[in-house]
Design a protein. Structure first.
Length: 335
């Protein structure tokens, strides 16, 4: 695949709205494109209208993988000043096409024991990856693609997501002694979280968190009878350690409900390549049957999910070189 075709194909994929839950059209585009290139393509239904895509020539020793869902809001591609803009250009459709281009190079060199696994749902709980793990086909290595500035990952943080809920008693706001404010209970708890000594790790650093969603109350003149928030932790160790700390500091006024846990991961590296620790989470923990994991991809995570997401076009081309090198190195090592 020549560089112009790589960018054209990337733009065509970016221009399909595949925000999580709407991946069907993009999946059909990928399956159709890969079949036209001569791959054997299997699709795996995840939920109605959403499916993973697996493409192979021969049984693969090395599998490239990434996701093709994106965060909202969707916006189309454009090229400007050496950059490719558009939702998913950085996270992770540019990566996906670079992986296809690398596979094409490897095939041209006679290497057919590489495969492609593209999944849905990474941005909202990784339901695609969890199901893809059930069809693992004996590969020795999984090269997952996320924006790492084309560096290899040494380790990634995990995720622990919890819902905190407070119950109160409704009353007329002119009679506050008759009510109990659930919002005030919840706010007190959120403030208390700031003083907790969260776990840390020599490589990954200290656990941090974001209160990403909060809701409560019924009207300005009513003492709020209910309130809740969702907290997203970027973890460096087991989620049960965080749950114990939450239970200890939240107290009896607020309940804690587990929503999602994805563990941190230590990754396979290749000598001589730039590497780094990354604070985001990937599908890798849910694809553990696909072989020893590596992480690498074009673009910066600081540009992912932003209002003007973009990736440098040179980085997309460099990613093809990097993926080819990784696959060849792994194969030479005895894959």
């Amino acid at each position: 695949m020549d560089p112009l075709t790589q960018i054209r194909l990337t733009r065509e994929l970016v221009d399909i709205d595949s925000t999580t839950g709407r991946e069907g059209e993009a999946g059909e585009f990928l399956a159709r494109t890969l079949r036209s290139l001569g791959y054997t393509v299997e699709t795996q239904d995840v939920t109605p209208g959403r499916f993973n895509v697996l493409a192979t020539i021969d049984p693969p020793d090395v599998v490239f993988s990434t996701h093709f869902d994106c965060v909202p809001p969707f916006f189309n591609s454009r090229e400007e000043d050496g950059r490719l803009h558009g939702r998913g250009s950085c996270d992770a459709k540019g990566t996906l096409v670079a992986q296809i281009a690398a596979c094409e190079r490897l095939r041209a060199n006679g290497e057919t024991r590489v495969g492609l696994l593209f999944v849905v749902g990474e941005e909202r709980g990784s339901d695609g990856a969890a199901l893809a793990n059930t069809i693992a086909n004996g590969s020795r290595y999984l090269i997952d693609g996320e924006p790492t500035d084309n560096r290899l990952g040494i380790a990634t943080r995990g995720v622990y997501r919890a819902r905190l809920a407070a119950a109160g008693r409704a009353a007329h706001s002119s009679q506050p002694h008759l009510g109990v404010s659930a919002i005030e209970k919840l706010v007190d708890t959120i403030v208390a979280l700031r003083g907790v000594d969260w776990p840390d790790d020599a490589d990954l650093g200290r656990t941090f968190y974001t209160v990403g969603l909060i809701s409560g109350g019924v009207a300005p003149n009513v003492i709020p009878p209910a309130a809740e928030c969702e907290v997203m932790f970027r973890t460096v160790g087991p989620g049960h350690e965080l749950r114990k700390l939450l239970d200890r500091h939240v107290g009896s006024d607020v309940t804690v409900e587990d929503i999602l846990e994805v563990p941190p991961v230590r990754l396979t590296t290749v000598p001589g390549l730039d590497s780094a620790v990354f604070s985001f989470t990937t599908d890798i923990p849910l694809l553990d049957r696909w072989g020893a994991p590596l992480l690498c991809g074009p673009g910066s995570v600081t540009l992912a999910h932003t209002a003007d997401e973009y990736v440098e076009i040179t980085a997309l081309h460099q990613a093809v070189d990097r993926y080819q090198y990784l696959a060849e190195s792994l194969r030479r090592s005895g894959a």
